[in-house]
Design a protein around this ligand. Structure first.
Ligand code: PRP
Ligand code: ADE
Length: 179
């Protein structure tokens, strides 16, 4: 059942206190990736959610780097394409960029200007939302390209950092949450 799948996924996330800096509780997805049944369960749950929520999705956009672990698997399930939202300086050709802050620092994200066509329906995926700075930056990039953002989808939401407010008015869907 989906409750059993969710339980399996939950059991494969571990926490490290004070990484990468004091006060941060780092949620590590390595055990999930190492267990094919648990990883499959995570992708199943994301696929089920998207299939029952949207009649059409044109593309999945993933965030550098942990969004790249889930996005292509999910896009293959749905029979649609995957596009890259990368850290600054990694993408050739014409790009749009935006700088942002995240739970433990600052960075800049980029997208190729031909990554999506105007009006294409996009789901943005990442492993985790903390402050929401990274997903907010991804939404800003896709907006610049006039894409239609359906939602932000994450495996893990850190509720107390209120990332859902940061990405509003866009919808946020998470499989697991922690305080
Ligand atoms: C982590 C995580 C999210 C982001 C969440 O990525 O994978 O992308 O931080 O934090 P926020 O909601 O406060 O923006 P990170 O930038 O550490 O890069 P990585 O995926 O390459 O490890
Ligand atoms: N990215 C930002 N905050 C994080 C956290 N607490 N655990 C894992 N990845 C993160």
């Amino acid at each position: 059942s989906s409750e059993q799948k969710l339980q399996l996924v939950r059991e494969r996330i571990r926490a490290f206190s004070d990484f990468p800096s004091p006060g941060v509780c780092f949620r590590d997805i390595s055990p999930l990736l190492k267990d094919p049944a648990a990883f499959c369960a995570a992708i199943d749950l994301m696929e089920d959610h998207l299939r029952k929520t949207y009649s059409q999705i044109d593309v999945i956009a993933g965030l550098d780097s942990r969004g790249f672990l889930f996005g292509p698997a999910l896009a293959q399930r749905l029979g649609i394409g995957f596009i890259l939202i990368r850290k600054k300086g990694k993408l050739p050709g014409a790009t749009e960029s935006v700088s942002y802050s995240l739970e433990y620092g600052k960075a800049e994200l980029e997208i190729q200007t031909d990554a999506v066509d105007p009006k294409q329906k996009v789901v943005i995926i990442d492993d985790l939302i903390a402050t929401g700075g990274s997903l907010w930056a991804a939404c800003t990039l896709l907006k610049k390209l006039n894409a239609e953002i359906l939602e932000c989808l994450v495996l893990i939401e850190l509720k107390s950092l209120e990332g859902a407010r940061k990405v509003a008015p866009y919808q946020l869907y998470s499989l697991l949450h922690y305080d």
